[in-house]
Design a protein around this ligand. Structure first.
Ligand code: CUA
Length: 315
């Protein structure tokens, strides 16, 4: 298998080895099956062709043992392959705790990637080796797809909703970032690079001092400027849901549903507040659709994510 692995693109993330293992096993199994079926078909065609002198006298009506075997064995193999693939796929949806958040906005034909500390990169993302990174992504126009072959990750980036994926870079280097969903004229050139750096070097890069306010602070400013605090602040006299410690909490809705407050829930609550009215509250919040850019919404998400205590909000 190691010989075959050298045919694969460079493997530079923790996801790459298990993905290659599964892929090469599938290719190997398919090759063995295709080859043995082809050889058997040819052998039988030649041996039992019309007019051949092959002995047909011992042909049974049924060979139950054989029939059960070729029914059950492939079925077990396919169930096994399904479980194997499902396990690896499920792992891609669960970032390890403490993953570094990166906010990604795609548009024709650029990737904007924003760090928690407010650093914004275009078509390029710097990350430390060995650190899990979670990407929360959305699109401003059409469907794009975030694809890093060396990391073996690919995730559609869809307008109007959030998708997420994570990776841990295992090898320093610069790796292609591509768009893997046809998105218009310049789709082919919509790409860039992921720069995986040794942690020490990354710290230096991150501390080179060009950042503005961090994302949560920018989110808080938007929160205050758009009057959100007027109702949602803990000191407000308006009867509105308290957003302290909102993130990850279970929310009981008026129509009886219970949802977990994640990024998508927060986004929907800002843009379509009438859709998921919280139990015990009047549906009075106006929609803020069209008032925030996708980047602003992500800043608000990050602010609410970090808004864990009733003490003074960030400056
Ligand atoms: Cu974006 Cu293709």
């Amino acid at each position: 298998m190691s010989g075959l692995s050298s045919l694969m693109p460079v493997a530079a993330s923790s996801t790459a080895p298990p993905t290659d293992h599964l892929f090469l096993s599938l290719v190997g199994l398919s090759a063995v099956m295709a080859l043995s079926l082809t050889v058997l078909a040819i052998v039988f065609c030649v041996r039992y062709r019309r007019g051949s002198g092959a002995d047909r006298s011992r042909a049974p009506d049924h060979a139950y043992g054989l029939e059960w075997t070729w029914t059950i064995a492939p079925m077990l193999a396919f169930i096994g392959l399904f479980l194997w693939g499902a396990r690896d796929y499920a792992a891609l949806t669960r970032p390890p705790p403490g993953a570094m958040p990166v906010y990604v906005v795609a548009k024709q034909w650029v990737w904007t990637l924003e760090h928690e500390d407010g650093t914004r990169e275009i078509d390029e993302l710097h990350v430390p080796v060995g650190q899990p990174v979670r990407l929360l992504m959305t699109s401003q126009d059409v469907i794009h797809s975030f694809y890093v072959p060396a990391f073996r990750i690919k995730q559609d980036v869809v307008p109007g909703r959030y998708t997420a994926i994570w990776f841990t870079a295992t090898k320093a280097g610069t790796y292609h970032l591509l768009c893997a969903e046809f998105c218009g004229t310049d789709h082919a050139s919509m790409g860039g690079g992921i720069v995986a750096m040794p942690p020490e070097q990354y710290r230096k890069w991150a501390a080179r001092g060009e950042t503005g306010p961090d994302l949560a602070a920018r989110g808080y400013r938007l929160f205050a400027e758009h009057g959100c605090a007027g109702c949602h602040d803990a000191r407000s006299t308006v009867h509105a849901p308290d957003l302290t410690n909102l993130f990850g909490r279970r929310v009981f809705l008026q129509d009886g549903r219970v949802v977990v407050a994640d990024e998508s829930y927060i986004r929907d609550s800002i843009l379509e507040p009438g859709k998921d009215v919280v139990a015990g509250y009047a549906p009075v919040m106006p929609s803020f659709a069209g008032q925030f850019s996708e980047s602003d919404l992500m800043a608000l998400v990050q602010y609410l994510h970090s808004h864990r205590s009733k003490e003074a909000p960030p400056p």
